[in-house]
Structures are given as C-alpha cells and as structure tokens.
Design a protein around this ligand. Structure first.
Ligand SMILES: Cc1cc2nc3c(=O)[nH]c(=O)nc-3n(C[C@H](O)[C@H](O)[C@H](O)COP(=O)(O)OP(=O)(O)OC[C@H]3O[C@@H](n4cnc5c(N)ncnc54)[C@H](O)[C@@H]3O)c2cc1C
Ligand code: SF4
Length: 328
C-alpha cells in the first residue's frame, strides 16, 4: 500500500492568509484543492511538500456567476460535480459540462475542482509510478533523476498535459485570474500553459488560480472528443477541442486545440484556417484534419500505440467537425 508522507496541513479562510502561509512555507509549501491529483502524487513522492495549504475553505473560490455583459466567471474552487450541475454554465457552455462529465469518476468529481484540473501535473508512463518503480530505473529528469527515458538524448521532459478541461478552455478563449503577493493578473488560457513537462505552467508557485472568465458564447458552437482506453474512467490519451463561430452557413472564426499530445494544450491554427470561410464541407473538414495530423507529435509515454494515436488525431478532429456541422 502506498502511504502519504507526513506533512503539516493548513486551512486558510482568505486568499491573504493562504498567500501568507505560502510565503512562510517557501518552496516546501504547496496548495491543494480537492487533492485528487496532489495526494496520489505525494504517495508516489512526485511532490513532497512539508506544508500543504488547503484552498477548500478560502472564501470566494467556490462562487460562479454571470456578468451584465453576458460573460461568466467560475471560481477555481468549484468542484467538477458542481460545475456539471450548474444550470447556467450548462446552458451557456454545454461543452464545459459535457467535458467535465468525462473526467475521472463521480466520487473523484465530488472532490476534484476546476482549478485543480486546470493546474494538473503532467503525466508520463515513466513518472506515474511508485517510488520503488522509479528508483529501479534510476528515476528520470522530471523527478529525482537526470535522463528522459522517452527521449534519452533530449534536454527536456515530454510529460503530457492530460487535463480534459484545459484544451476546452483554450479553445473557448477563456481567461484565468491569478492572485499572488503582487496582486491580481489575468492571462489567456493559452498563455497559462508551457510546452515543458517540468515547468508546465506560466503561473508562479505562490500564485493562486482564483477564477476562470468565460467570453460571451454567442455565435460559437463547440465540441470535444476524448480518446481513452476505458470508457468508464481514464485520463485522455488524446483530446480534441473544436470551436467554430458561424455567420449564417459560413464559418467566420474557429479554434482547434489538441490535448494530451504535448506538455501543453496544443493550438492548431492551420486547422482553423482550413475551415474559416467554408461551410464545413467534407473537403474543408479533411483539410483541417490533415493540418492537425501533421504537427501532432504524441510521444511514446502514454497508452496505446504511438502511430495509431497520431492517426486518431485525424479521425477525432474529423468527427468533432462533422458533429459541429450536423448541430448547426
Ligand atoms: C483515478 C483518477 C482518474 C482521473 N481521471 C481524470 C480524467 O479523466 N481527466 C482529467 O482531466 N483528470 C483526471 N484525474 C485528475 C483529477 O482528479 C482531476 O483533474 C481534478 O479536477 C483535479 O482537481 P483537484 O482539485 O483534486 O486538484 P489537486 O489535486 O487539489 O491539485 C492539483 C494541482 O493543482 C494545484 N492547484 C489546485 N488548485 C489550485 C488553485 N486554485 N490555484 C493554484 N494551484 C492549484 C495543486 O497545487 C496541485 O499541484 C483523475 C484522477 C484520478 C485519481
Ligand atoms: S517525458 Fe522523460 S523526463 Fe518527462 S516524465 Fe517521462 S521519462 Fe521522465
């Protein structure tokens, strides 16, 4: 049985208290929300914080609401179950609801939060293993070692962003509000992630993700397709998020984002360009799928055969775009 190491557990009630606790703890302090990612990781000694600062009781993080101009904000502390249940989110952004429903299991969704999902640690077959397993291969660059077993001559780690909601938020054009010792800043979701398996977020370790701001949904429709081994629950080994804005029967704008094929949600502008100005006819869909197939470079560090997963990028984007055409 894997056991948690011992640690000090703090429960701040305000953002200010949480930031002060983190400043006092320094690099040995970490935030936790639902703990469905951090605690299993601590059991495997991926992260070993001496101080764990819970955001669960911090005022305001569980709020969600609409603004007068039609935009909406969702607190980072909203659990996935609450996110799915919120009628306003479901009616304005049905894709957020349906994608959240694909995450893990009902019990884990009761604990897991939106913020935790968007800050999820990157994953790799050589990393998501027990301490003893990792020790037996002399560890790897992401934690405790020096080499990358996926690409031994590579100077970087290729662990994969496996969040279901991250590619969706990038495709929707969401913004994230971060609060740190220097105050608040707002970053576009696409700039929150970095294509680096170790330093995968542009967020500073002491910054707290407080809310996700969603643009006015008018005119946009969106789809998300997830490839995983087990239908009941599993991390994505490929996620395809597609958003299109219609002007009559013509695609006026589009955003296509791939999840789980890189250390960040990977935007594919060439796919979007291939459908803008078209009626999403078969030819345009094929061109978009081909444009996504080329830059998608899944590494051999998650489930399934590598080349098959690459091929699935083509098929899954085609499926998502056909779905968007049918629902228009
Ligand atoms: C069996 C299993 C299956 C799973 N399947 C999926 C899946 O299919 N898809 C998927 O996307 N995820 C999956 N997960 C991962 C996880 O359950 C969810 O992503 C969940 O939403 C994580 O949220 P959390 O609040 O529990 O995160 P935590 O574990 O609390 O935190 C995760 C990370 O985010 C940081 N963090 C959390 N909140 C904040 C904040 N507000 N500000 C700054 N940093 C913060 C923490 O410090 C930590 O580094 C699975 C997990 C398990 C155990
Ligand atoms: S990609 Fe390489 S360095 Fe990163 S977790 Fe996997 S084996 Fe380790």
């Amino acid at each position: 049985m894997l056991r948690l190491p011992s640690f000090r557990y703090l429960q701040p009630r305000t953002l200010k208290q949480a930031l002060r606790m983190k400043a006092d703890a320094g690099p040995s302090g970490m935030y936790v929300a639902g703990g469905t990612d951090l605690y299993p990781n601590m059991k495997r000694r991926h992260q070993e914080p001496a101080v764990v600062i819970s955001l669960a009781r911090v005022k305001g993080l569980g709020r969600a609401g609409g603004w007068a101009d039609g935009r909406m904000s969702i607190g980072a502390g909203v659990t996935l179950t609450a996110l799915i249940a919120r009628g306003k989110v479901a009616s304005a952004y049905p894709l957020i609801r349906s994608s959240a429903l694909l995450i893990s299991t009902p019990l884990l969704r009761n604990m897991g939060t939106l913020g935790g999902n968007l800050c999820l640690d990157t994953r790799c077959n050589y990393y998501n293993q027990s301490y003893e397993w990792r020790k037996a291969i002399d560890f790897c660059m992401k934690k405790d070692g020096h080499i990358c077993w996926v690409a031994p001559s590579s100077p970087r780690c290729w662990a994969v962003n496996s969040s279901d909601l991250a590619p969706v938020m990038v495709a929707i054009g969401a913004e994230y509000a971060l609060v740190g010792p220097k105050g608040e800043r707002v970053v576009p979701a696409g700039r929150f992630y970095r294509n680096d398996g170790i330093n995968y977020l542009s967020k500073q370790p002491d910054e707290i993700l407080t809310e996700v701001r969603l643009p006015v949904p008018s005119g946009w429709s969106a789809a998300y397709r997830k490839l995983r081994r087990r239908g009941a629950f599993d991390f994505p080994v490929l996620g395809v998020a597609a958003c299109v804005k219609w002007d009559g029967n013509t695609v006026a704008d589009a955003r296509i984002v791939l999840g789980a094929v890189a250390s960040h949600p990977q935007e594919i502008p060439d796919s979007a360009q291939a459908i803008i100005g078209t009626s999403l006819d078969d030819e345009a869909i094929r061109a978009a799928a081909e444009a996504a197939y080329r830059p998608a470079k899944p590494m051999d560090n998650t489930d399934f055969d590598l080349s098959w997963r690459k091929q699935m990028t083509f098929e899954y984007l085609k499926g998502a775009l056909v779905e968007l055409r049918a629902s228009h």
